[in-house]
Ligand binder design. Structure first.
Ligand SMILES: [Zn+2]
Ligand SMILES: [Zn+2]
Length: 287
């Protein structure tokens, strides 16, 4: 067993990763990858990542978030003839546990065919800029627009009922007024649907979430497995639930993260006894 493998930038010396994006994500992803992991990034040219699915729903995304990210990374690698590729994917919707609150999930994947490695990092965004409303004219939209931070945050406008063109990337007052008027006129109920544009280059909050995710991913890429030396050592999953301090049964609170390596399967031994959990999180003691 190798105790000390190469660390940090040495793990990626001489390699270049291809990033599959049409939406300027290199602005958030390239700096931490270069600074922390010493990995240079280039953007794949001439890609149509929208063919794999769009936020606005004209093209449904096949499979889950991870499958979509992986397909996108592979698309970029094929286009560039590279054995090292990277892609990110996000999904936004209602919060899983808090009604009426939006939430987002972002994943980053790196595919290294030279090493036979696929590495992941994920982040949950509990305060995304993700909202939608209906309006007959732009005059009734003031508080919605202020809430989303328009025009730095761009809008998508379409008819509220029935088919019609989806107008994306609207980031000017006059263009918004025209789009709302035309979409309302084309809608069976006389209303336009106005949404936050969720593409990274149109959604500054999302771009900054991707930046935070990229920073964590870069730290993972710079960590070598203590057993085999492969890069990407880090969190594999949440550990077993904390035992209830009163009855010892499992609480709803996940324990310490399990760290490990996807290349060789090595996992860090849990550090001592698990911290007891709050009986308030115990389904037996606090039903
Ligand atoms: Zn390993
Ligand atoms: Zn209990």
């Amino acid at each position: 067993m190798r105790v000390s493998g190469p660390v940090g930038p040495a793990l990626w010396a001489g390699r270049r990763a291809v990033l599959a994006t049409m939406h300027g994500k290199q602005a958030a992803i390239a700096p931490p990858l270069s600074r922390v992991a010493g990995l240079a990034l280039e953007v794949a040219r001439g890609l149509d990542t929208d063919a794999l699915g769009t936020f606005t729903g004209e093209i449904p995304r096949a499979g889950g978030l991870r499958e979509a990210a992986l397909a996108k990374a592979r698309l970029g690698m094929r286009a560039a003839g590279s054995d090292l590729g990277l892609a990110s994917e996000g999904a936004y919707g209602p919060h899983p546990s808090i009604p009426f609150l939006p939430a987002g999930a972002e994943v980053l994947v790196l595919v290294d065919d030279a090493r036979g490695l696929v590495l992941w990092e994920e982040i949950v965004d509990s305060a995304p800029v993700y909202a939608a409303t209906e309006a007959a004219s732009v005059e009734t939209l003031e508080s919605f627009l202020a809430g989303i931070g328009f025009p730095r945050q761009a809008a998508v406008v379409r008819p509220n009922a029935g088919a019609g063109p989806v107008r994306k990337g609207i980031a000017a007052r006059a263009a918004l007024a025209r789009a709302v008027e035309e979409s309302a006129a084309a809608s069976a109920d006389g209303l336009a649907r106005v949404e936050t544009d969720m593409r990274a280059h149109m959604n500054p909050a999302r771009m900054s979430t991707i930046g935070r995710l990229a920073q964590r991913f870069a730290e993972r890429l710079a960590r070598a497995c203590p057993a085999c030396g492969a890069p990407g050592y880090g969190r594999l999953r949440a550990g077993p639930a904390r035992p209830c301090a009163w009855c010892g049964g499992p609480t709803l609170r996940p324990g310490e993260d399990v760290l490990g390596c996807v290349a060789c399967g090595h996992e860090a031994a849990p550090a001592g006894h698990p911290q007891p959990g709050d009986p308030g999180d115990c389904p037996a003691c606090n039903p």
